[in-house]
Design a protein around this ligand. Structure first.
Ligand code: SAM
Length: 231
């Protein structure tokens, strides 16, 4: 249970074991995948943004370990040749910028991410929790949205996608009702150069691929963290 886990105090997390190639850079994760599952989005984003740190948060122990092992293997197989001694230091090797933590994001998101540190938060195919009495277990709720707004910087984007229409309506309506978020269309995101992120949101994850195999529909809803609350 959660009692067995130690959690960092806010702003105190030591990322050096997660991103050894970035020690001394002062960087903290900028992209966070909440409920990352088997890590498909992390692996897609890491090479697209080699100078940004990407973090997955996952509650299941074995799934988290799988993602950890997957990243270790990717780092090992894509490590570049050692440069000749007189060569300048190379850019960080691929996949050094991606990692995963085992955590309950519904309780501990602000312990991992300082205020306004994230430029994107991803909720891809979250568990639907169909029954009304289970809705409080959903990963988007008014209380949690306040936390997500806190860790996102103004201009940052929340990406949600699901194949469950009812959950889409739920996420969309809660985000739309929250004064610090405004909807942003897929077209606008693509026009801003975020097309590769949107593509990864649609189809990089294991759950997204499963929906494709079953010819299911995917509903995307994205929101921008704004600076001044809407009235
Ligand atoms: N995003 C992945 C994808 O698209 O393939 C996984 C989707 S899966 C349906 C939902 C994931 O969220 C599961 O791996 C589950 O263990 C994780 N999860 C559920 N509640 C969570 C929580 N409170 N904190 C962290 N992860 C959670």
């Amino acid at each position: 249970s959660d009692h067995a886990l130690s959690y960092p105090a806010p702003d105190q997390f030591d990322w050096s074991a997660h991103y050894p190639a970035f020690v001394g850079s002062g960087k903290t994760p900028e992209y966070a995948d909440i409920g990352c599952g088997f890590g498909g989005l992390l692996v897609a984003l890491a090479p697209l943004f080699p100078d940004k740190l990407v973090l997955g948060m996952e509650i299941r122990v074995q799934v988290t370990q799988y993602v950890r092992d997957r990243i270790i293997a990717l780092r090992a197989t894509s490590a570049p040749e050692q440069p000749a001694p007189e060569q300048p230091a190379p850019a960080p090797a691929p996949y050094q910028n991606v990692s995963v933590v085992r955590a309950n994001s519904m309780k501990f998101t602000p312990n991992y991410f300082p205020k306004a540190s994230l430029s994107a938060l991803f909720f891809l195919f979250p568990d639907p929790h169909f029954k009304a009495r289970k809705h409080k277990a959903r990963i988007i709720s008014p209380t949690l949205l306040a936390e997500y707004a806190y860790v996102l910087r103004p201009g940052g984007i929340v990406y949600t996608i699901t194949d469950v229409r009812d959950l889409h309506d739920w996420m969309n309506s809660h985000l739309a009702a929250f004064p610090l978020f405004e909807p942003v269309s897929e077209d606008d995101l693509r026009a801003e150069g975020k097309g590769p992120i949107v593509d990864a949101v649609y189809s990089s994850t294991e759950e997204g691929k499963k929906v494709e195999r079953n010819s299911g529909h995917k509903w995307l809803a994205c929101f921008r963290r704004i600076d001044v609350p809407r009235v």
